[in-house]
Design a protein around this ligand. Structure first.
Ligand code: NDP
Length: 263
């Protein structure tokens, strides 16, 4: 039997085990997917091999550490230095990133997105900003602290910290911070978010499974919004395709993964 897991801190909220196990069970693929709470990201590789895993997903806050842990990084992950999917290829750890394409899948129904504001400057923000730039979108990044912004400046984004933010109009505002994940914080001061919302068409949150204060405010202002569930589904389908090495059809994976959201 093949073994998979998700590494994170926190990780108890993760729906990934349900999603992947629903595919394995539904399609009679002999594999099991668990969750692993990991405090120290530098122990990722050691823990992966000690557990005898064939593959894994990595969530907050270890995605950049996962990149460092890999023997080889492929595709989009290489461009952004952020890994959310790990494969054991003959004892070598191979890293991929499926988050950004998962997000593009999630916002397909939002039309005419040309100008995006990303809140946060972590691993998810890097993936989204790089992918949006590839789509020729105009990208602005607003983060709590300045330290992580240089990456985004080099990418061609407009960048602000809370101290120097200047308001503009946006088609889409995305919360890619972990504010609201295990607390009730806004990703930026509430008054700032309110003025941003008064100047945007769509709102999306990478967090799923709860209505964050950020999404609650979007709801109160009657803005079309979505939480991170579709992004989760998109990245999950792409990760599962890597896990099963072409043995299952993408449409079947999608069908059974979607079923797990009905549970
Ligand atoms: P990182 O740890 O890499 O980055 C976290 C970012 O959040 C940093 O920019 C940090 O700012 C900011 N931040 C943290 N706390 C606060 C706060 N209280 N107020 C304002 N900013 C804050 O995280 P990831 O990029 O890996 O993940 C971010 C979120 O996206 C998580 O909630 C994760 O669950 C979610 N996610 C969802 C996915 C899905 O499929 N739906 C996929 C991937 C991620 P600073 O630099 O100042 O510390």
């Amino acid at each position: 039997m093949k073994l998979f897991s998700i590494f994170g801190n926190p990780v108890s909220h993760s729906r990934s085990p349900l999603m992947h196990n629903s595919v394995f069970k539904g399609l009679k693929y002999n594999a099991c997917y668990t969750r692993t709470h990991l405090e120290d990201g530098t122990k990722l590789k050691e823990t992966f091999f000690t557990l005898g895993l064939n593959g894994a997903n990595v969530t907050v806050p270890h995605k950049e550490e996962a990149y460092k842990a890999c023997d080889e990084v492929r595709g989009f992950a290489k461009k952004i230095g952020v890994v959310n999917t790990l494969i054991n290829e003959n004892g070598r750890l191979i890293g991929y990133n499926t988050d950004a394409d998962g997000f593009i899948y999630a916002i397909e129904e939002f039309k005419n997105i040309k100008k995006v504001l990303i809140l946060g400057a972590g691993g998810t923000a890097k993936a989204l900003a790089s992918r949006f730039i590839e789509e020729n979108m105009d990208v602005t990044v607003l983060n709590r602290s300045e330290g992580r912004l240089s990456y985004f400046e080099e990418l061609g984004c407009t960048t602000y910290s809370w101290n120097d933010f200047t308001l503009s109009n946006y088609d889409l505002v995305v919360n890619s911070t972990s504010a609201g994940l295990k607390d009730e914080y806004f990703p930026a001061p509430k008054e700032m978010i309110e003025t941003i919302f008064d100047n945007t068409s769509y709102v999306a949150d990478a967090i799923y499974g709860k209505v964050t204060p950020f999404l609650q405010l979007a709801k109160e202002k009657n803005i079309v919004y979505k939480d991170g569930a579709d992004m989760l589904l998109g990245q999950g389908i792409l990760a599962n395709e890597l896990f099963v090495e072409g043995m299952l059809q993408k449409d079947d994976i999608k069908k059974y993964m979607q079923k797990s959201f009905e549970l």
